[in-house]
Write a protein that binds this ligand. Structure first.
Ligand SMILES: Cc1cc2nc3c(=O)[nH]c(=O)nc-3n(C[C@H](O)[C@H](O)[C@H](O)COP(=O)(O)OP(=O)(O)OC[C@H]3O[C@@H](n4cnc5c(N)ncnc54)[C@H](O)[C@@H]3O)c2cc1C
Length: 407
């Protein structure tokens, strides 16, 4: 395992640092904030600056507007961008997940139309996969696409679709053949989110924000050029998207972690003086520290593999499950430490710009999105530890014959 950059990586990091210091727009305030129109406008300005100098979509091919770089360069750039407070997250689904899917499964004329504007930040994407009865069991989607002359007629409902209310394009997973087993009768399409047949209804969250949505599709007509991959082979296309979703988890971190809660604890008194003298709190802090270090070293191991030309494997799931659980524990503890002031989640007023309140409200979602804790544990058990697989009784049954309340 390597703990340091290679000489080439160190040189690249130094170049990126200088470039960011030189080009960062004055007053830019990235970070994980609600995707308001003003925030998106700011994100688009930064993305265009990056694209002009080959730092947008770094590991996507130059022919389609990317930087033609390596995954390691992409990770280093993202780390430096985050450190400079210029990470916006708005293009993560488009560039991180949908672009590689279009590049792997779309015809060239569609790549020309979709990929370069996405990498330049001109187009925002959403992922239209989950449905009310298909989340962890994603192959159970019921949104129906049927042949309609040379094209397709699509009806159905999606849910929890991040950024759908701001998106220009969507990646849509549909059922085309209910006579085949559930993984074998799916087909993927890309859609124009401004089509009147698509209705987006934002979901109001506990935080007061609306970051994800319900999406209703009624008699949407698509030409066959909207299809990605073969008919009934949409599961393979979805796996490309999901694999890239896991990779994107690799390069970003979320705060607060043990350092931030230690900072907060310094200001709080306990029964024997400062809270940092309290043995119960110290024990909990040590536990968070150990887990954070474990994740950090797991990340080093994965980065070492990537730096040597490998791909991030299922071990990334270890980081996802520990990070999101820890985020919830620390968010919750931070709110509690602030006593009655914990209820105020205004970043102008609350301690440390309300990072604990934000984490408290957001973290339950982090344990579900991109694969729930239990699904991550299944992946770790089966693919990291080599334990026997989860019982999958329905994998050979035609989808039409699976028991359900409504058909
Ligand atoms: C913040 C956030 C953003 C999201 N963004 C998107 C998006 O942009 N696009 C999109 O399509 N979807 C999105 N989702 C949806 C997300 O993919 C699903 O919520 C997730 O896959 C879980 O599916 P579900 O909600 O249907 O829960 P279910 O799959 O119904 O799970 C319910 C419970 O059962 C458990 N469970 C299910 N199967 C098993 C099993 N085999 N073994 C053990 N336990 C199991 C789960 O762990 C969970 O606790 C997002 C969700 C969140 C929270």
């Amino acid at each position: 395992m390597d703990f340091e950059d290679t000489p080439e990586e160190a040189a690249y990091r130094a170049r990126v640092k200088r470039w960011i210091a030189d080009k960062a727009p004055a007053g830019a305030q990235g970070g994980r904030k609600p995707a308001t129109p003003a925030f998106i406008a700011e994100a688009k300005v930064w993305q265009a600056i990056k694209a002009d100098d080959g730092f947008a979509g770094i590991r996507r091919p130059k022919a389609w507007g990317g930087g033609g770089g390596t995954m390691m360069e992409d990770i280093i750039f993202t780390q430096e961008e985050e450190a400079a407070g210029l990470n916006y997250g708005v293009f993560m689904i488009g560039i991180g997940m949908c672009v590689p899917t279009v590049l792997a499964h779309g015809p060239d004329e569609v790549k020309v139309e979709l990929v370069t504007p996405t990498i330049r930040g001109e187009k925002i994407w959403c992922q239209l996969f989950s449905e009310p009865s298909a989340g962890s069991d994603l192959a159970g989607v019921r949104t129906k696409a049927v042949r309609d002359g040379d094209g397709w007629l699509i009806n159905g409902q999606k849910v929890w679709n991040s950024f759908a209310h701001r998106a220009d394009y969507g990646l849509l997973l549909t059922r085309t053949n209910p006579d085949k087993p559930k993984h074998k009768g799916l087909t993927m399409f890309w859609v124009d989110m401004h089509d009147p047949a698509i209705e987006v209804r934002p979901i109001h969250q506990a935080s007061g924000d609306s970051e994800f949505n319900e999406v209703y599709i009624t008699d949407l007509r698509l030409s066959d050029r909207h299809r990605l991959g073969e008919v009934d082979d949409g599961w393979a296309v979805a796996l490309t998207t999901l694999m890239n979703e896991r990779m994107s988890v690799m390069s970003s971190t979320r705060k607060p972690n043990w350092e931030e809660i230690m900072g907060l604890a310094r200001a709080v008194s306990g029964p024997n003086g400062g809270l940092l003298q309290d043995s119960g709190f110290r024990e909990q802090l040590a536990d968070w520290y150990v887990k954070a270090e474990g994740v950090r070293f797991t990340r080093f191991r994965l980065l070492t593999d990537i730096s040597r030309g490998g791909e991030p494997g299922p071990a990334a799931s270890v980081g996802k499950i520990i990070n999101s659980t820890q985020l919830q524990e620390i968010g919750s503890a931070g709110v509690e430490l602030q006593d009655q002031f914990g209820i105020i989640d205004d970043e102008q007023v609350s301690a440390m710009e309300a990072i604990f309140q934000t984490a408290f409200l957001y973290s339950p979602g982090a344990r579900l999105g991109g694969g729930t804790d239990e699904i991550m544990k299944n992946i770790i058990a089966e693919r990291v530890l080599g334990l026997p697989g989860d019982v999958r009784l329905d994998k050979d049954t035609p989808f039409r014959d699976l028991p359900t309340g409504v058909r």
